[in-house]
Design a protein around this ligand. Structure first.
Ligand code: PAF
Length: 281
């Protein structure tokens, strides 16, 4: 496995591989890799000739009061995991390679970025859209792999890639969960054992919503109430939002027809957790 640190070297690698007709898969990450990332790397390995994992804690997607400086950084363990999974390139640029002096361009996905996570984290999705655009421009992948856990991000990236003709297929892989249902996240390491136990309530709430839909419930407001009831029973969790939405537009659904995505965000102490379930009727 090769580690590349500069934009120039990344573009040179990509051009050389394009000339040889090699298909390239990219797994964009912020490091602190876990089994969810491993599943994305394996999906990329299966469908592409060469796999690039980018490892970049993107300052542009963190708000001033968010956890950029505390975000876990585990370069050694991440490098070992990537090497073991047969990754071809670990692209781990310093901040100045992605945002050189004088950088002043931002990519905005107007509508999708202003609901749910975007509403609570102003500027977050501009940061995501900008860095994803840069990564896909540098690597020019055939396919880019994202996890369903960040559902809104995945919808937004699909839109972005289509709108800007970035030319990659966007593949969204299912959320990887702990045995008790907690969605894997690099931030889970910050939970105390008590908080860790309480954190499963988000998935329980989403599952209660899904069960209500499967039992014939179609009113978005009623399903939201069902999820809320489960959530508020956990004293360590404070509710940020629970929503029943159209999976393509992320607009709230008054009535569910054939598909819905249940989106949720909670806080446990200082830690903010998100999760979702896609439900087909
Ligand atoms: O999902 C993430 O880890 C990040 O938002 C991403 C896509 C790597 C962009 O920084």
């Amino acid at each position: 496995m090769q580690t590349i640190r500069t934009a120039k070297a990344m573009m040179a690698w990509s051009s050389a591989h394009h000339r040889e007709g090699v298909t390239i898969g990219i797994v964009p990450t912020m490091g602190a890799l876990h089994a969810g990332h491993r599943a994305l790397i394996r999906a990329a390995r299966l469908s592409c000739d060469a796999v690039v994992v980018s490892l970049f804690v993107n300052p542009a997607q963190f708000g001033p009061k968010e956890d950029f400086s505390r975000y876990p950084r585990k370069l050694k363990a991440d490098t070992a995991l990537c090497a073991k999974e047969g990754v071809d390139v670990l692209f781990a640029p310093p901040v100045g390679e992605i945002y050189p002096d004088g950088f002043q361009t931002t990519v905005s996905t107007v509508k999708l970025a202003h609901r749910w996570e975007g509403e609570r984290r102003p500027g977050h999705f501009d940061g995501v859209a900008t860095v994803v655009t840069k990564l896909l421009t540098l690597v020019r992948p055939t396919a880019a792999f994202f996890g369903q856990k960040d559902f809104q991000q995945a919808v937004l990236v699909k839109r972005l890639v289509e709108d800007l003709n970035l030319g990659a297929r966007v593949i969204v892989s299912p959320t990887v969960r702990e045995a008790d249902g907690l969605a894997l996240s690099s931030r889970n390491v910050f939970l105390t054992p008590g908080q860790r136990r309480a954190a499963t309530v988000l998935f329980q709430a989403l599952k209660a919503g899904r069960a209500a839909i499967r039992a014939g419930g179609r009113s978005g407001a009623n399903i939201q109430q069902v999820m809320r009831k489960t959530l508020v029973a956990e004293p360590l969790a404070s509710l940020d939002y629970l929503a029943v939405c159209d999976p393509d537009t992320l607009e709230p659904l008054a009535q569910i027809r054939d598909r819905a995505v249940l989106l949720g965000a909670i806080r446990i102490g200082e830690i903010r957790l998100i999760d979702n379930l896609l439900v087909t009727c």
